[in-house]
Design a protein around this ligand. Structure first.
Ligand code: PBG
Ligand code: ZN
Length: 328
């Protein structure tokens, strides 16, 4: 007898068939591992981050060793966040030639020339008040901040960064960074803009990791309102207009609709950041035995890629590669 209905199960019968018809494949090539490098008298220091099990603040030598192990497992790319010894009102260490991130970039590129080193460009880890821009009268100043962000990006490029990624959400920062890079001989360095970045509670664990909790107020006057999707398209268009080479949506899993909207509207490369809270939720539930943490991580990452991300920033990257749970 002829089957009169759709038989989806035909293509799911064996792993070989499932693999043949699989639409989305996650590999080590798609993933970027974030690292926190801390300025410390002991370069071997490894300070575990309580809210992010498996992640640590790393001294310079500890970072090199950790990345070396990751590379052996197939790690292709990292994004760096710095935790300076001294913070001040203007976030001076964000653009210091001998800042901790600048040192880390130099060392990483010297030891692993083919590693793609991305730097997060922002002031919040370096300012005493913990905001992403300069403060005047209790308000985060937009235009005066641009010059400092541009200087930070230039210092990263000088140190050898392959890509700079501004995450501050000041208006006009992509143009300001593009201009200073071009003027100083770094027209070949791409900018991934954190274009669609929401004022999200999912950054909670990161603020412990990067010691960047705002001393007053919150980031809602510069990061996007969580309720807005169309606004994300405007942010994306603006950053492309200013010269961004790739865009980012952040957080990732709670904003897959926005990621898909961007995928449909723009043909530029898209990235998504599976942020600290997305990571820690999975880790915490896994520790309780409530779900399988690595399977959940892979499912989340696959969903992010399926929605339209070309590359994904994820704290699971090295773990999944080291456990050989995804192909390199
Ligand atoms: C700094 C920055 C943040 C994150 C990336 N860059 C924190 C914030 O904006 O408050 C979040 C990353 C994460 O939660 O994993 N501007
Ligand atoms: Zn910031």
């Amino acid at each position: 007898m002829e089957s009169r209905f759709h038989r989806g199960r035909r293509l799911r019968r064996t792993e070989a068939l499932r693999s043949l018809f699989r639409e989305t494949r996650l590999t080590g090539n798609d993933l970027v591992q974030p690292y926190f490098v801390v300025e410390h008298e002991n370069p071997d220091v490894v300070k575990p981050i309580g809210a992010m099990p498996g992640q640590s603040q790393l001294g310079l030598s500890a970072l090199l060793e950790t990345v070396g192990r990751g590379k052996t497992a197939g790690l292709k790319s990292v994004i760096l966040f710095g935790i300076p010894k001294e913070k001040d009102e203007r976030g001076s260490q964000a653009y210091a030639e001998e800042g901790i991130v600048q040192q880390a970039v130099r060392e990483l590129k010297e030891n692993f020339p083919d590693l793609v080193v991305i730097t997060d460009v922002c002031l919040c880890e370096y300012t005493s008040h913990g905001h992403c821009g300069l403060i005047r009268g209790g308000e985060v100043q937009n235009d005066p901040t641009l010059e400092l962000l541009a200087r930070a990006a230039l210092s990263h490029a000088r140190a050898g960064a392959d890509i700079v990624a501004p995450s501050d959400m000041m208006d006009g920062r992509v143009a300001a960074i593009r201009q200073i890079l071009d003027k100083d001989g770094y027209s070949h360095i791409p900018i991934i803009s954190y274009a669609v970045k929401y004022a999200s509670a999912f950054y909670g664990p990161f603020r412990e990791a990067a010691e960047s909790t705002p001393a007053f107020g919150d980031r809602r006057s510069y990061q996007m309102d969580i309720a807005n999707a169309r606004e994300g398209l405007r942010e994306a268009a603006a950053d492309l207009e200013e010269g961004a080479d790739a865009l980012m949506v952040k957080p990732a899993l709670p904003y897959l609709d926005v990621l898909r909207d961007l995928r449909e509207r723009f043909d530029c490369p898209l990235s998504a950041y599976q942020v600290s809270g997305e990571y820690s939720m999975i880790k915490a539930a896994g520790k309780e035995g409530w779900l399988d943490p690595t399977a959940t991580a892979i499912e989340s990452l696959t969903a992010i890629k399926r929605a339209g991300a070309d590359l994904i920033l994820s704290y699971f990257t090295t773990e999944l590669l080291e456990k050989e749970l995804i192909p390199r």
